[in-house]
Design a protein around this ligand. Structure first.
Ligand code: PSU
Ligand code: MN
Length: 310
């Protein structure tokens, strides 16, 4: 990386660079969840706690964002604090990343952009909350998150809690299958629905240990198959909100988004903040618990991958 032409755009934190040089375990973390996914101060508290969990599990955390046009892989304490309340931070997906860099803007990376930046730095495992997907009403809007195509092309293992039921889950899984993305339920036969441990859909594949996941990832790479792997890790039982309870809130939030004409990049942040209000903060508690749970698993997968491949 140090001599790569990309180094003129990227600052890799020293601790992250050291781990990468030794082929040690590193876990990428996204920043859209901080700026557009959770309110302050829970966003910063969670980001810190998640970094702590990655460390406790033997890996180095690398939270990714664009600050003043520089791609940061591994944020300092100061950067993280600043991001928690900063205004004028773009939500960056694949389409926006080069713009933020060329114009010197600040940007929080979505799952798609975090995967891209992680790959530039050589990070292979990434923990998030939920991925973007095919939105309900896609027939009219064509709103399909760029996260899905990124999973098809960029070699990062993304640990998530499934996808939110604000999305069209059957179509999200269909699309991932079409694009050749392995979707693995971790110790579950059901595809998890973010706040809820299970949706009505089966998990396409199932694995029960970090070593088995590392084995799949390494085999996929060795076979020359491009793209990533999606690991769907159900929210811990004590933190879940049952699907039938969430359904009422979700239908209301989607109705409100339609009435207000919310579209494109604003849809996901709008629905999240609306659900936070409707559930009186319970959706946020669940969100925090599942991100922590994903960081824990991602760190162990990164460790297994590092042992398996050196
Ligand atoms: N899911 C969450 N919280 C989030 C997001 C998804 O539970 O904050 C963010 C992620 O950064 C994801 C993005 O990549 O929303 C997807 O946005 P869109 O649907 O506009 O692609
Ligand atoms: Mn979208």
């Amino acid at each position: 990386m140090t001599h790569s032409p990309l180094s003129r755009f990227i600052d890799i934190a020293p601790e992250v660079q050291e781990a990468l040089t030794q082929a040690g375990p590193v876990v990428a973390l996204e920043s859209t969840i901080i700026t557009h996914g959770m309110p302050y101060p829970q966003n910063v508290e969670t980001a810190r706690a998640v970094e702590g969990i990655v460390r406790e599990n033997g890996a180095v955390p690398a939270t990714i964002a664009v600050i003043g046009g520089r791609i940061k892989v591994g944020l300092s304490e100061t950067d993280l604090d600043w991001l928690g309340t900063a205004r004028d931070v773009m939500k960056l997906s694949r389409a926006d990343l080069p713009y933020a860099v060329s114009t010197g803007r600040h940007g929080a990376t979505t799952v798609a952009a975090t995967m891209i930046c992680a790959t530039m730095a050589g990070v292979r495992v990434f923990a998030t909350g939920g991925i973007g997907g095919v939105h309900r009403g896609v027939e009219a809007t064509m709103d399909i998150s760029a996260d899905l195509d990124e999973l098809a092309r960029t070699p990062v293992t993304v640990v998530c809690a499934g996808a939110k039921a604000i999305l069209d889950l059957p179509r999200t899984l269909e699309y991932l299958e079409t694009r050749g993305v392995p979707v693995v339920g971790y110790r579950t036969d059901r595809f998890p629905a973010f706040w809820s441990r299970a949706s009505e859909l089966p998990a396409p594949l199932r694995l029960d240990s970090p070593e088995a996941i590392a084995g799949l990832v390494d085999t996929k790479r060795a076979l020359g198959l491009e793209g990533g792997v999606l690991v769907a890790n159900p929210v811990p039982e004590e933190a879940e909100i049952p699907a039938d309870v969430m359904k009422v809130f979700i239908d209301e939030a989607i109705g409100e988004a339609q009435r207000r004409g919310v579209t494109a990049k604003a849809v996901t942040p709008f629905l999240l903040s609306r659900l936070f209000e409707e559930t009186q903060g319970r959706s946020l508690e669940t969100n925090i618990a599942l991100v922590k749970n994903n960081a824990d698993l991602a760190a162990r997968v990164a460790g297994a991958l590092s042992r398996a491949t050196g």
